[in-house]
Design a protein around this ligand. Structure first.
Ligand SMILES: NC(=O)c1ccc[n+]([C@@H]2O[C@H](COP(=O)([O-])OP(=O)(O)OC[C@H]3O[C@@H](n4cnc5c(N)ncnc54)[C@H](O)[C@@H]3O)[C@@H](O)[C@H]2O)c1
Length: 245
């Protein structure tokens, strides 16, 4: 069987380096090029004859990079966070027009995907919920893509939006976090952390906490490798790893 040809964009970054290691170690995947800031992505995709491009760069360029990957006619596997819902929709339309499948995943860790699934289920029964996401202090964007997606899934699942019992007043701006799809999200940034999330539900005399911890960037690699294999056979740009599991 021929190996799947993978180009890694953002290859000098923390995630990019981990992807290069994981793809190199996978028997059925092959690194055909590594690019980073300043490289001509479209030209390098064409020259390397890559079939899939893994992108872990920065929020500011995530949309443009994904557009370039689609323009070059290959399958994107995008882990970069910070894409807005309307940008994802635009990229999905572009992929549809070009008949190219791919994946944009706010989180490639299987445990995080399960956390989102369980949170969506719990929200049907416990609509009072807030999200705390915790990341290393070099993460530029907030809230995390995982938190935004979790909030969106909760908003879709819950039957009612709980009403505030008092008129809240923030004595310091941001004390109550940000409101994402009607769900409060709180972002912590500290050295020592990798990527973590708690979803806390409140009920009558009880709380339920669902927590996921990525304690090493390796946690994302089985998902990235799986996506490289699966996108080759798809004609749709999916949002969320769960669609390829
Ligand atoms: N989806 C997931 O599971 C997941 C997991 C962890 C991190 N992330 C996200 O992945 C992204 C990268 O994280 P990181 O910790 O590796 O960051 P990083 O800063 O270590 O690496 C980013 C790399 O991208 C490069 N870069 C910047 N602009 C570029 C461009 N226009 N073209 C090519 N390369 C460019 C930088 O030079 C750098 O090498 C972030 O958005 C982060 O939030 C996603």
């Amino acid at each position: 069987m021929k190996n799947i040809r993978v180009l890694v964009n953002g290859a000098k970054g923390r995630m990019g380096q981990e992807v290069v290691k994981a793809v190199t170690a996978a028997a059925d995947l092959e690194i055909v090029d590594q690019t980073d800031l300043g490289d001509d992505l479209i030209a390098r995709i064409k020259a390397s004859q890559a079939q899939a491009v893994v992108d872990f760069t920065t929020a500011a360029v995530a949309f443009e990079n994904t557009r370039k990957i689609l323009e070059a006619g290959v399958h994107p596997v995008v882990g970069t966070s910070g894409l807005l819902a309307e940008q994802v929709a635009e990229l999905q339309q572009m992929a549809k027009d070009k008949d190219i499948g791919g994946l944009i995943a706010p989180n490639f860790a299987i445990g995080a995907v399960l956390l989102m699934k369980y949170a969506q289920d719990a929200a049907k029964y416990l609509p009072d919920v807030e999200v705390i996401e915790l990341h290393h202090n070099r993460k530029a964007d907030a809230p995390s893509g995982t938190a935004v997606k979790t909030a969106q899934l909760i908003a879709e699942a819950r039957q009612e939006i709980p009403k505030a019992l008092v008129e809240e007043k923030e004595l310091f701006e941001g004390a109550r976090g940000s409101e994402v799809h009607g769900v409060r999200v709180h972002s912590l940034r500290l050295p020592g952390l990798v990527a973590h999330q708690e979803v806390i539900f409140g009920g009558t005399g009880e709380t339920l906490t669902i927590r996921h911890d990525s304690i090493h960037r390796e946690s994302f690699m089985p998902g990235v490798c799986l996506a490289c294999r699966k996108v080759i056979g798809t004609q749709q740009l999916f949002y969320g790893l769960e669609h390829l599991l």
